[in-house]
Each structure stands twice: as C-alpha cells, then as structure tokens.
Design a protein around this ligand. Structure first.
Ligand code: NAG
Ligand code: NAG
Ligand code: NAG
Ligand code: NAG
Ligand code: NAG
Ligand code: NAG
Ligand code: NAG
Ligand code: NAG
Length: 833
C-alpha cells in the first residue's frame, strides 16, 4: 500500500492531489484588487497589533488602509519550503486568547508592509545563537552565529535551508520540500542531505528514504554532538540510518505501519489535542536509545471528508479515524524503546492503574534524562513518560529503560479538594536538574486560588519522586523556557498580575540556594516592553531571546544573558515602524461581574472619535481567528474579553466551566456587553455584534439563543461546534468527562434544539465542508434546525475547505464585512459601495 491508502475512490490519483494542496485560489489579496473596486475604494487599514495581555495575547490585526497590489509582494516565496504556514488558530480552545501564535501579515497577505515582526533563529547544541535574516531576496540571506559567552556576531552559513537542520556534529544538514500538507502540523516531504564543510555545502546530495521519491513524515538527528546518524518516519514506519551518505543502509525498525497503525507519527487526535506536533519520536541525550509511540486506530470509527474536483464525476471521500466524545473504541497508544546498542525493541507497559483500563489512557510526552545522582541505582539514562487516564484527571510519571520501569509519582489532579483536569500543554515541558526535573503543576496559593507553578520533582535512589519545591506567585506560569544547571537559574513566561502584560521571569538560585525564591521580571528592565515573549532559552539555559512586542510597532529582538540581564544586545526591530495611517487607541481594563470575577477586556477604538459619536461594537469572543482584515476604517470599536473559563488567573476561573461548557462564559460575556454599554459612552447600544470561530462560534450561537437580540444584534459563527458529542474524545472528555457520567453537561452544549430561539438577531454562519476538526456535521445539523424553525440567517458553506478556511479567507472576511455593514450595522456611516 502506497502512503495512506485511505481514499475510497480513484486509486490512481496520487496522494499529493488528494488533500489540501489542491485548487489553491486567492492566495494573497487578489479579491481586493481589480474587479472589486468597491473594496479598492474602501481601502484596507492595516493594523498589526501585537498585544500580549494577561489574557488577551498576541493579537495581530491586519487592517489595510489602502489597496495593496499583492502581486507585487513576493514575501510569500521568501519562506523556505520548510516553513508551513498556519493560517489561523481556530480550534476550540479555552485559552485561545492566550496562545501566542501570531497571524502575521506575511501569512495573510503574502507581503510584509510595515512591521519587521517575525524573526527566524535557532540554537545550536553548544548554546550558540544562530540568526537568520532575509533581506529582500531569498538568494541573499544573512546567517550569523553568536557563540555562547559572547555577543560577537560571526558569519555562519551561506544557505538558509540547511542552517536550521544541521546534524548534531555539524557535519551534515538536510533540506526538504513540502509535497503534501496533512493536518494542522503534519506534512509529507521529500528530504535530501548534504555535507557541510566550514559552512560550505557539498554539491553532492543524498536522498532520505528507501528510494528517491520517498515521502518522509518526520526526521530526527541523534542529539549526541559527536554523531550524525538519524531516524525518520516513512510510510508510518520508523527507520534508522547510521551513514547519511548511504540511504540504502537504513534499517527499518518497525513493520506493519499504515495510516491506521502508525509508528513514530501521531494520529489526528494526538497531533491536534496532545502532542501538537506530528512526530512521536524521542532520542536519549547519549544517542543510545530512541523511544517512540505507536498509534492504533484500526478499531476507531471513521469520518469521511468530501473532496470535489474536475477529474472525477464522483465525489471522493477521505477516510479519517476520529474518536468522538464517549466512543467505546478510542485511539490506542503503545510506547516502545529501541536500544541501538543491541538492536532490541521493548514495549514499556503503562502504569498498573492504567493497564487494566482497556487502553483508555494517553501518553502526554516523553523525555529522556541522564539519571541524576540521587537515583544512581537506575543506570545512565532513563525515559520519563507522562501518562494520564482517559478522563485526564490523574497523572502518572514513569521512569523506564530497556530493562524495567519504576513509578516516579502519580496523583489525582485534585488540589484542596477541587477536581482539575490535566492540560497537556502544561505538563509536556520537562527540564532535568541535578537531582530530578522541573515541570508545571497546579499549586494552591495563599490567596485561595490554585495556580500553575514550577514544581521541582526530586528522585531518590530507587526513582521514587517527591515534589520538593514550588516556584511561582499569584498567577499562572505559562511555560518553562530553560533551566541552567551551571547557574541554577530558571526562566519562564507568565502573564504576571497586570492586564495586558506578558512577561519573562528569571529565578536565580532557583533550586539549591536559599529556600525563598525571588522572581525577577525581565520586562521591567526594558523600555516599553510590557509584552514580551521568549520562544526558548538556549540548550544550556544561559541565554534567552526576548521579543518586545508593542502594538503598531516593530517587535524588538534581544539576546539576553540570564546570569546578568544587563548583558544583552538588540538584534533586530530597532527602527520605528512606518504606519501610514492613524493608529487606533487600545485600552485594557476590567469590569467586576455579577459572577464575582473581574472580566478583563481589550478595547480598540478609532482615533479622532468626535465627542458624542456613537459607533458599533464588534466583540470577538475567544476561539476566533487571530486576525481580521475588517472594517476598522468604519469607525467601529473592537473588543476582546476574558471571563470565566479563561486561563492565566488560576484555576478559580477555569474550574467554573468544568463539566459544563458554554454556560458561565455566556453569562459573563453578556454581562461584559452590559458593562461596555454602561461605561463606554461611544458604543452604540443598537449596533453590537459578537463573532467567534470554532469554540467561539459555539459561544456565539449560545449567546444568540440566550440573548435573543436584547443586547447583541448580530452574531457571526464560524466553523462552530454545535453539540460537543460531535467533537473529539481527548478534548471534549477532558472538560466534560464521559457522556454517560455527565449527560446534562453534554446536552447543555447542544444548541440544535434551541434553533427557535435565534430571533431578533441577525445570524451569520460559515463552515468548511472538509473540516477535519470541527466537522461540517455541526453546521449541517444546526442550519437544518434553523431552516426547520423558519429562522432567517446567512450561511456560507466552503467546499474543499478545512477548519481554518485558509484558501477562502478573503472571501470570508469580505462577506463578514458586507454582513456587518449592510445587514447588521445597516450603516449610516459611509456609503459602502
Ligand atoms: C517578485 O518576483 C518577480 C518574479 O518572481 C520578480 O520579477 C520581482 O522583481 C520580485 N519583486 C520583488 C519586490 O522582489
Ligand atoms: C512564488 O513561487 C512560485 C513557485 O515557487 C512562482 O510560480 C511564483 O511566481 C512566485 N511568486 C512570486 C510573486 O514571485
Ligand atoms: C522548494 O520547492 C521548489 C519546488 O516547489 C524547489 O524547486 C526548490 O528547490 C525547493 N527548495 C528547497 C530549498 O528545497
Ligand atoms: C568554502 O567556500 C569558500 C568560497 O567559495 C572557500 O574560500 C573556502 O575555502 C571553502 N571552504 C572549504 C572548507 O571548502
Ligand atoms: C556520544 O556518543 C559517544 C559514542 O557513542 C559516546 O562515547 C558518548 O558518551 C556520547 N556522549 C554523550 C554526551 O552521551
Ligand atoms: C471496538 O473494538 C472491538 C474490538 O476491540 C470491535 O469488536 C468493535 O467492533 C469496535 N467497535 C466499533 C464501534 O468499531
Ligand atoms: C537529592 O540530592 C540532593 C543533593 O544533590 C539532596 O539535597 C536531596 O535531598 C536529594 N533528594 C532526594 C529526594 O533524595
Ligand atoms: C429560549 O427562549 C425561551 C423563551 O424566551 C426561554 O425561556 C429559554 O430559556 C430560551 N432557551 C435558552 C436555551 O436560552
């Protein structure tokens, strides 16, 4: 069987044309030029707003103020073939305002107009920082290296496509060409390897895979800095190759891989909800061991995604195993360790409590550590595996090698008697220390709340662990960025305790110094840098990259020394952005809500608003796309909010939606609208619209049903969930439990019986028919109910489009714009056409 033979028809059609890569229309802003001169006249306003808030994070709005001839923009070609462009972050999420995936101008309009905003860099295993800059043309990138311990820039390599893919010894590098995009993160590519000598690339190339046209699904160099062997996944099987110059010498480690039975490459569920990367392969630091997961979906029920094309007079259906909430047969996962010394593969059993659960458990991550001195009886290296039960409210840490496993610790996810859920993203970061490791776990704070704090888990001789230290304050830590054993210094990011902030913290003497830790907020050392991100620290934890983000200005990129933060250099973004329009005014604030919490908001209003003017409000509720190119020139206020259910402020807010999605959020959102009306005099109470994507689309429908036009006059739901029994097991059960245990919680998420309540509100619904994530089924059932009940609404069905609607965004946005201006705000603002 070639590739994943999961198509029901047209066996002759190559896989490459089957999925997502076809019929790419409307790249760029072509909709805005030429024939649609009305849009040309309206011009676009470009805002690029990068706001990392405590709860409203990294939002980039792209509004254009004048027509842009996108054909003159070549920036989309400037990315190498390695970079996958992710167009929206539009999955159901509790914390989507918190995610810092940014929707850049490049991605949306294939051109970079005003901001130098996205930077490309990597760390080498020795702690060197490598900075890649593309100045104008791909042909002339500047790739420089700043070795650890200095701030001196040295030339590094000439070819950008190889600079980020060096083998650990630096002697080889690979480049790849995208052939098929699969899901949000996954793709199949053609790889080749070259030899690198003093930064020069050999003319000779070697393919990766059994033959020249082998599609590779994942590739991992051995991390040992004296080696250049690697493993890769091809056709759902794992291979090992010692000599990069001899593709025929590769050893196939697994047999029987197929799209329904995958070795080392995640299935849909794991890619989307757990690992958030396609590969499931982990080398040990010495290079002796490789662990990998197998995903068995053979018993999982399938969905079928339609594809329409010219070649075939029948519709093709793509078959995807997709376990929905409460199904009997969830995806099965098995973990293996391959020992490269004696070529033995062993399966590592799940913890006893889980092994009797019929496969109803998840592996959240793997992390190999060099065994700390404390656990000296356990050999040189072992694998930490984080396991959780199907309901995701117990956590288990095991420590395995090829011979045996011990339990480090396990516990129910319950703090102070409050039941919590395991958020995979929180626990996947594991940083080894001298005596154990660091990760994020919930911890009760003296203010009565429970926050995600850094936990130090130390192990004794036998590997039994206990939490010996907590580091944190009255806010959630978002993620650990680095830990330096040499400096005993920890870096992490957190929203801090202000609104609209996002900071980096450094903790010195983190583990082995005095008992009391001091958290140093790095942002305070920088001018105008309330919002900073750090994608990573170097592998030694001694330096970090800091990105200072500011609305409507270039993001400044610094390299900063952890031990002494006054040692730093500005690498990029030092110039003021040229923004050829008046920038809107952005305000952050909070309103106390009847539910007892503070609702946080970001409100953006046009500059030069006249006294007494009343303008519409567009409330973009979470889950929405991180970008809009709509309507800013039409004097409109734009807001985002964070209410119950949102993250960053501890479990007190999050736990209120546990087992009952879409209730507290709706109440609070409507209360926030009331507060806006009471407190913000320029908002016109007759022109309030709510819009949301995915989870936000679900809430938008719930709001329409509940409010019935009292406050919210227009509702825009994009790719909404309309009943959580249609959504996947791992996500849905994490928050709602099993349908049999929580029938009311589930039925409360079902909006379909309430179609009749969609009255006095103008309702707009859009969904991709080929949505692998939130299935079109949701909108199909919902629109059917609306039709049955005689509800007037507008519906757009995007054939051949998935959840992000990525190839039709310009159509979508211009339709939303028309809906808002013509139907909804019935504009007396401007003559639109
Ligand atoms: C864009 O690409 C075209 C051809 O691909 C080239 O002729 C043109 O000079 C490029 N423009 C810029 C601004 O790089
Ligand atoms: C981008 O690259 C493609 C092929 O790689 C080429 O056909 C297209 O003309 C390029 N676009 C621009 C604007 O240069
Ligand atoms: C990128 O892909 C194009 C074809 O799509 C190919 O011609 C080019 O060589 C690739 N570049 C790299 C660096 O792989
Ligand atoms: C790398 O290329 C440069 C320029 O072509 C050349 O001067 C240098 O000797 C080369 N280095 C090696 C190791 O071949
Ligand atoms: C790297 O591999 C070599 C050869 O297998 C081994 O001797 C060395 O100890 C390894 N390095 C580390 C850091 O484990
Ligand atoms: C679930 O798996 C069992 C075997 O483990 C199989 O007999 C059954 O048909 C599966 N159920 C579904 C709905 O596929
Ligand atoms: C681990 O070793 C450190 C010293 O390196 C010691 O302070 C600590 O108590 C030990 N932890 C455990 C759990 O034995
Ligand atoms: C639907 O409308 C009725 C009548 O206004 C109301 O009583 C009911 O609570 C609404 N249903 C929902 C789910 O809000």
């Amino acid at each position: 069987m070639e590739n994943d033979v999961s198509l029901l028809s047209s066996p002759g059609v190559p896989r490459s044309s089957q999925f997502q890569n076809y019929d790419v229309e409307e790249q760029g802003c072509s909709v805005f030029s030429g024939k649609h001169s009305y849009v040309a006249r309206t011009c676009c306003v470009v805002f690029i707003l990068i706001i990392c808030l405590i709860f409203l994070l990294s939002v980039i709005f792209v509004f254009m103020q004048r027509p842009v001839d996108l054909n003159s923009q070549n920036a989309s070609n400037s990315s190498t073939n390695d970079s996958l462009i992710e167009s929206t972050s539009s999955k159901p999420k509790f914390q989507s305002l918190l995610t810092s995936r940014r929707f850049t101008f490049d991605q949306l309009f294939s051109g970079k107009m005003f901001l130098t905003d996205s930077y490309d860099y990597i760390w080498l295993p020795d702690g060197s920082f490598v900075h890649m800059k593309i100045d104008g043309t791909v042909a002339n990138p500047r790739i420089s290296k700043i070795p650890l311990g200095t701030f001196e820039t040295k030339p590094f390599m000439s070819r950008i496509e190889y600079a980020r893919s060096l083998s650990s010894d630096g002697e080889y590098a690979y480049a790849s060409r995208l052939v098929n995009e699969i899901w949000r993160h996954s793709a199949e590519r053609l790889y080749h390897i070259v030899k690198i000598t003093n930064g020069n690339v050999s003319s000779e190339q070697w393919h990766v895979g059994p033959d020249e046209n082998s599609l590779i699904q994942a590739f991992y160099w051995n991390p040992n800095t004296s080696s250049h062997d690697f493993v890769y996944v091809h056709n759902y099987n794992l291979y090992y190759q010692r000599d990069p110059e001899r593709p025929d010498s590769a050893i196939q480690l697994t047999m029987g891989g197929s799209t329904f039975n995958r070795f080392g490459i995640a299935n849909w569920l794991y890619e989307e909800e757990i690992l958030e990367v396609p590969g499931a392969v982990w080398w040990s630091p010495s290079g002796r061991y490789v662990s990998y997961l197998r995903f068995d979906d053979r018993e999982v029920n399938r969905i079928f995604l339609p594809k329409y094309n010219d070649e075939d007079s029948y519709v093709e259906y793509f078959e995807l195993p997709y376990p929905k909430a409460g199904v009997l047969n969830n995806s099965l996962v098995t973990q293996y360790i391959w020992d490269s010394e004696n070529h033995k593969i062993v399966e590592t059993a799940p913890p006893n409590e889980l092994s009797s659960s019929n496969g109803n458990y998840y592996v959240l991550t793997n992390k190999w550590i060099t065994i700390p001195k404390n656990a000296s009886d356990l050999g040189e290296e072992r694998l930490i595996t984080v396991w959780t039960n199907r309901d995701q409210n117990y956590l288990y840490y095991s420590l395995c090698n090829e011979q045996d496993c011990v339990m480090i610790l396990s516990f129910p996810f319950r703090v102070d008697g409050r039941q919590l859920w395991v958020q995979p993203r929180d626990v996947i970061g594991i940083f080894p220390t001298e005596s154990g490791f660091l990760t994020l776990l919930p911890h009760s704070h003296e203010d009565g709340n429970i926050y995600n704090h850094v936990a130090h888990i130390e192990m004794d001789r036998t590997g039994t662990g206990k939490i010996t230290r907590w580091i944190g304050d009255n806010f959630d830590v978002i993620s650990i960025k680095g830990y330096s054993k040499k400096l005993d210094a920890l870096t992490f990011t957190a929203y801090g305790d202000g609104i609209g902030e996002h900071g980096i913290y450094i903790v010195k003497e983190a583990l082995y110094g005095s008992q009391k830790n001091t958290l140093h907020k790095v942002s305070e050392l920088f001018d105008e840098c309330r919002s900073m991100t750090s994608p990573s620290a170097d592998p030694t934890g001694e330096r970090i990259v800091v990105q200072c983000e500011k609305p409507f200005d270039n993001t400044r990129l610094y390299l900063v020394d952890v031990a002494d933060t006054t040692k730093r250099i500005l690498l990029d973004g030092g110039t003021k952005a040229y923004i050829p329009f008046e920038i809107p005014i952005v305000k952050f604030g909070k309103f106390p809500l009847p539910s007892g919490i503070d609702g946080h908001y970001m409100l953006m209003k046009p500059p030069n608003l006249q006294d007494g003017a009343k303008i519409p409000l567009l409330l973009d509720i979470y889950g929405g796309p991180d970008s809009k190119n709509i309507v800013s020139q039409y004097d409109i206020a734009y807001a985002r909010i964070d209410v119950r259910g949102s993250g960053g402020r501890g479990w007190k807010l999050k736990e209120q939606v546990y087992k009952n999605l879409g209730e507290a959020e709706v109440v609070d959102t409507l209360d926030m609208v009331r507060e806006f009306l009471n407190n913000v005099k320029f908002i016109d109470e007759d022109r309030i619209a709510v819009m949301g994507w995915s989870y936000g689309g679900f809430l938008t429908s719930k709001i329409a049903i509940k409010d019935q036009g009292e406050l919210v006059k227009c509702a825009i739901s994009i790719a909404p969930v309309t009943d959580f029994k249609y959504y996947d097991s791992a996500y849905t059960e994490r928050y709602l439990g099993q349908p049999s245990d929580n029938p009311v919680g589930y039925s409360n998420t079902n909006v379909i019986p309430h179609a009749r309540n969609v009255t006095n509100v103008k309702y707009f619904l859009a969904h991709g028919e080929r949505d692998d994530n939130v299935h079109y089924q949701n909108s199909a059932r919902w629109s059917e109910a609306l039709q049955y009940n005689g509800v007037h609404f507008t519906q757009l069905v995007y054939a051949n489009e998935a959840h992000s609607l990525s190839h039709k965004l310009h159509h979508l946005y211009s339709e939303i714009q028309r809906f808002l201006m013509n139907d909804c705000f019935n504009s007396n603002l401007v003559d639109f056409l």
